[in-house]
Design a binder for this molecule. Structure first.
Ligand SMILES: [Zn+2]
Length: 353
């Protein structure tokens, strides 16, 4: 009996809300609000996003977000989009997810970060109640923005910590925008005992990953694709930064399709993911942006199986790795592993053996 990847219990930690809208929803929201789109046909619009993203460049990949965020400027739209996002995750077999977005990108009609968070939380809570899955929020800031904006976003994230906001992320174009510029925000987050993840090692090399961990206190790294360039310890096939990440069990949120589309790797066959997995890094798989990369977590897992010959044991390890790196409470993380992931894989093994 063939394995149904869709049915396997999955965990997703790197997933942008504004990169995961349904084309049909964008069209409906844009029509109601008098916003012009590149196409009013859902199929064509989906292809437009994918074509824009698949150009081998992170700045170009990011251009489509101007269109998605144009329909995410009022509370009704945000509630709907967040709810649908949870429904999409549940349909994909995700049992625990962390969804991220930058509140500051949704203020064109005067919403403050707290109002944006309220709306997204409402949608997520409603989606979770309907589907039974657990989804938390990560607040993003963007590298090119004023550091004060990051501090303000970090403060908003911490204010909502008891209502499902579990972490803070720095995203956006890496080159020329080092994370340490935003150290006031990171200092505040660390003083507040809050969780930090940072996009690093995607469009830029090792120094970006090193700075994220050692200057900014990142607990997880988004992508870290270019960590593979670290081979400064002779004979070990890795350098001191790689050793540090391995020894401290720093989770790496890896995204296969998105890395191909942004040019972080030139071919999926060359992706360092299987090497990291083999060497014992705490790596997981993620979609990054379902819409721009035209993908789902089921598809990313299938890709990893087809490209790298992964089996059920590997997929189970990926799910457990991700859950161990989740920013929710330790008790929840342990419970999801013991009561959902391990039994879920056991059932599939029994069915297929
Ligand atoms: Zn990302």
């Amino acid at each position: 009996m063939a394995i149904s990847i869709n049915d396997l219990p999955k965990v997703q930690l790197h997933d942008h809300l504004d990169g995961g809208l349904r084309p049909s929803t964008i069209i409906e929201l844009a029509m109601e609000r008098g916003i012009e789109l590149p196409s009013s046909d859902a199929d064509q619009l989906g292809k437009w996003f994918f074509r824009g993203a698949d150009q081998g460049s992170l700045p170009r990949y990011l251009e489509g977000f101007a269109v998605t965020t144009s329909v995410m400027q009022d509370q009704d739209a945000l509630v709907r989009i967040a709810k649908e996002h949870v429904e999409s995750l549940a349909a994909d077999g995700v049992i625990y997810g962390e969804v991220r977005f930058a509140p500051v990108l949704h203020n064109e009609q005067g919403l403050d970060p707290e109002a944006v968070l309220e709306a997204v939380l409402e949608g997520i809570t409603s989606g979770c109640a309907d589907t039974g899955i657990d989804v938390r929020i990560i607040v993003c800031s963007l590298r090119h923005m004023d550091p004060d904006v990051s501090l303000r976003s970090a403060e908003a994230a911490v204010t909502f910590r008891d209502r499902g906001v579990v972490g803070f992320d720095l995203a956006g174009d890496e080159s020329g925008h080092p994370p340490a510029h935003h150290n006031d925000a990171f200092q505040f987050l660390r003083r507040s005992n809050f969780n930090i993840t940072i996009h690093a090692g995607e469009a830029f090399g090792l120094s970006s990953i090193w700075q994220a961990i050692q200057h900014c206190g990142a607990h997880r790294i988004g992508h870290a694709t270019r960590l593979v360039e670290d081979d400064t310890v002779p004979g070990a096939h890795r350098g001191t930064l790689g050793e540090y990440i391995l020894d401290h069990r720093i989770p790496l949120e890896m995204c296969l399709s998105s890395n191909l589309h942004t040019g972080a790797v030139s071919a999926l066959e060359d992706h360092p993911f299987p090497r990291y997995l083999r060497e014992g890094y705490r790596v997981g798989l993620n979609v990054d942006n379902m819409l721009m990369s035209a993908t789902t977590l089921t598809r990313e897992w299938q890709l990893a199986m087809d490209l790298f010959g992964l089996g059920l044991d590997d997929l189970e390890r990926i799910a457990v790795n991700s859950m161990k790196g989740a920013f929710c409470e330790h008790s929840t993380s342990r419970e999801v592993i013991q009561k959902q992931i391990l039994p879920g894989f056991r059932t599939v093994r029994d069915l297929t053996s």
